[in-house]
Design a protein around this ligand. Structure first.
Ligand SMILES: [Zn+2]
Ligand SMILES: [Zn+2]
Length: 332
């Protein structure tokens, strides 16, 4: 009998699905790419055709121009060559999907990036039992246990109100994190205008077009210092310490990221108010997910593999590390 999943071939530049003649999240241009979500380390430009959720295709169009592609809605199942392909929610960012591949009586699920806690900007992760679960492991160490998101948002609001005359400048990735922080603030009854850096504008607008209402957003550029006092301003992480932020009224520098658990990372970016808000599964979510998906094998794509490999072995689940290149978390 052939080895389990012998029709799925991991290469450094992505996962090749032989019976479908297609690649999952390839980092090199390919004739046919199945793309889990819009982050730049998973969705690259230049493919012949892209199969992805309509939201991911719209995000890719914003970033790379119109894609010739095939939109696949959640829950739809499509025959491609000798394989059956489906997309199910991954709970990571708007449009994010796990890709379900079926061939020869075997089912393989490629998680892409995922998380299990609620996110008001996208539908929650759906557990899909399978033979092989190909999982990310960005925060695959027991030290990574993300706190409750609401508590982190409360700390932000508390700090804003405790220091009148200043502003809170939050560094947040342009795709997913920024919109999630905005929605979490709205969910905590914060209905003031939120100011954004110009680099966040297009994706915020796209989220709204796709049905995620972000409330009143204003561009922070060209706005007087006085107007920005006591306000929340969002920018991409790269703008936290650059010239742009110098015109703000004595900003309290914050950053929303799973990496803020590591004090040194916060210090590197001169972050005064680290907010541990992650779009990736923490250790408990990773292990809980593997338990619920109950695969025969786990293949680990990116992040800290060793601890999760070891955990799988203790659970008598065969685990394997894939050495894919080019997965940087733009998105943590
Ligand atoms: Zn991602
Ligand atoms: Zn990733």
């Amino acid at each position: 009998m052939a080895r389990l999943g012998s029709w799925i071939e991991p290469f450094p530049e992505g996962i090749y699905v032989r019976p479908a003649d297609a690649w999952v999240d390839p980092s090199q241009p390919k004739a046919r790419a199945l793309v889990t979500h819009g982050h730049a380390d998973h969705a690259r430009g230049g493919h012949g055709e892209v199969w992805a959720t309509p939201e991911t295709l719209a995000i890719m169009a914003t970033r790379y121009g119109e894609q010739s592609g095939r939109p696949v809605g959640y829950g739809e199942s499509i025959r491609l060559g000798e394989a059956e392909i489906g997309f199910v929610p991954a709970g990571h960012v708007l449009g994010s999907a796990q890709i379900v591949l079926e061939h020869g009586g075997e089912r393989v699920v490629v998680s892409g990036d995922y998380k299990r806690r609620p996110d008001p900007t996208c539908p929650p992760f759906v557990v899909t039992p399978c033979d092989i679960f190909i999982s990310e492991a960005t925060f695959g160490l027991p030290v990574f246990r993300h706190p409750d998101t609401g508590g982190e948002i409360d700390r932000l609001l508390h700090r804003l109100r405790a220091e009148p005359g200043r502003c809170v400048l939050v560094g947040a990735y342009a795709l997913g994190k920024a919109q999630r922080v905005i929605m979490e603030l709205r969910g905590r009854a914060y209905h003031e205008p939120i100011y954004i850096h110009g680099a966040l504008e297009r994706l915020c607008r796209l989220y709204e077009e796709l049905g995620v209402p972000l409330g009143e957003l204003r561009l922070a550029t060209g706005v007087s210092k006085a107007e920005l006092q006591d306000k929340i301003i969002l920018c991409p992480p790269g703008a936290l310490n650059d010239r742009w932020s110098r015109r703000l009224p004595d900003p309290i520098t914050a950053m929303a990221s799973g990496w803020m658990r590591i004090r040194q990372r916060a210090r590197q970016r001169n972050v005064e108010l680290p907010l541990i808000i992650s779009d990736h599964a923490d250790w408990d979510e990773l292990t809980r997910t593997i338990r619920e998906v109950a695969p025969k094998e786990v293949w680990i794509t990116h992040g800290r593999e060793d601890a999760l490999m070891h955990w799988c072995q203790l659970q008598q689940i065969k685990a394997r590390e894939l050495n894919l290149i080019g997965y940087e978390d733009e998105d943590d």
